[in-house]
Design a protein around this ligand. Structure first.
Ligand code: ADP
Ligand code: MG
Length: 382
């Protein structure tokens, strides 16, 4: 593929959320024009792109318009209909490819891919009918029943301790295809971001240590404070292997569980920049969004260099409701008085509980320095 040179091309994004917005910002910094397709009249990415096509993802007129006006197209969320990507791929460069996104859209297919790539994942069973339900190995209990498709931020998941609970939970999930995973004793959750070019070049960011609250990412720390070097090496090698086996083009995030017994298993992957990589906007010399732009445009991918210890705090809408009443914005002036704080808000007008409103990156010379400022920031945020 020939490169789309900065300043002389238009990049398209399917999806208008915050990931699309930060992609657009990175693309515009390099001089690209951007067009976002998202059905919502108001969206974080649509508000900053040069153009916002407001149609459904399957609208043939909208897709044709996007293909006509863009030189290359990417997606900012994995649940965009694979057909939309396939349609676009017939007309333009599309990365990641529809086939790779399709793997990430289905937990059962995704797990099969991990196994085929030689990377261990949690013991599990696929449940898509009564027979598979009845045949579940009791050794998988207690477990977590997850819908195969459309799950995110812990949605579509039920913990089950017995065969009876499992049957009931599957009923509750309307008998859609599911995966039952053994409940694993997690020591820590980690993720690795890789970027891969169409020519097969792969680069990666360092291992990210993630803390989730209520199924939603809350904090990412890099370097990972509790992870020994040999576990980091394993995670990075596994992530690169998964991306290469998919023949993937673009930024891919692979999430891992590091278990109490020392094993490392892969959890899931996202075919796009990821919340756990937001620290790269301030803590590394190239951000995950710029790497996504470069991979899409066929530009060289530099090996990222982390220049600052980093902590990322996710800012959920709940922070707007910490006092009685509300919503009122947190005391950003006090937060930004702390050294090394970088605020990123996504331009969402209404704060709601559980809604991702922005993130705060904290950079410092040392991990303990970044951690100390994060504790102070969290105290102000309440
Ligand atoms: P989502 O797509 O919603 O992010 P995940 O599969 O990543 O779904 O699950 C959300 C969270 O639930 C994980 O980050 C982890 O904290 C917990 N979890 C998921 N699967 C397991 C498991 N097999 N054992 C223990 N905890 C799990
Ligand atoms: Mg997850």
């Amino acid at each position: 593929m020939t490169s789309l040179l900065p300043g002389a091309a238009t990049l398209g994004v399917l999806g208008g959320g915050q990931l699309g917005r930060m992609f657009v910002h990175a693309a515009q910094a390099l001089g690209y024009r951007c067009i976002v397709l998202d059905p919502d009249a108001i969206s974080p990415a649509g508000a900053v792109a040069e153009k916002h096509i407001k149609t459904d993802y399957l609208d043939s007129f909208g897709l044709a318009q996007l293909a006509r006006d863009c030189d290359a197209i990417t997606t900012e969320f994995e649940n965009v209909p694979a057909v939309a990507l396939e349609t676009l791929a017939g007309m333009r460069t599309v990365a990641p490819a529809a086939a790779a996104v399709a793997v990430c859209q289905d937990r059962a297919v995704e797990k099969a891919h991990f196994e085929a790539a030689g990377v261990p994942c949690a013991p599990h069973a696929v449940i898509s009918n009564e027979i598979e339900l009845a045949a579940v190995d009791p050794g998988l209990l207690p477990g977590i029943l997850k819908t195969s498709r459309m799950g995110y931020d812990g949605k579509g998941q039920v913990r089950v301790a017995s065969a009876a609970e499992l049957a009931q939970a599957w009923e509750g999930l309307k008998r859609v295809p599911c995966v039952l995973e053994q409940l694993l004793p997690l020591k820590f959750e980690l993720s690795v971001l890789v970027a891969r070019g169409a020519d097969g070049q792969i680069v990666n960011f360092p291992v990210q240590q993630n803390l989730h609250r209520g199924g939603i990412l809350a904090v990412t720390e890099v370097p990972a404070p509790d992870v020994p070097a040999e576990v980091e090496k394993l995670a990075i090698a596994a992530a690169r292997q998964v991306a290469a086996a998919l023949n993937y083009v673009g930024v891919l995030c692979i999430e891992f569980f590091w278990l109490e017994d020392g094993r490392l298993v892969v959890n899931e992957m996202a075919p796009r920049p990821h919340n756990s990589g937001h620290w790269t906007m301030n803590g590394a010399d190239v951000s995950q969004f710029e790497l996504q732009v470069r991979a899409l445009a066929g530009l060289p991918l530099p090996e990222p260099r982390q220049h600052s210890a980093s902590v990322m705090l996710n800012l959920l809408g709940d922070l707007w409701f910490s006092d009685e009443g509300g919503p009122t914005p947190p005391a950003w002036d006090r937060v930004l008085a702390l050294p090394g704080t970088h605020l990123h808000l996504y331009g969402k007008a209404d704060a709601r509980h559980g809604r991702k409103m922005g993130h705060l990156n904290i950079t410092a010379e040392t991990p303990s320095g970044a951690h100390a400022v994060a504790v102070q920031a969290a105290a102000i945020l309440g």
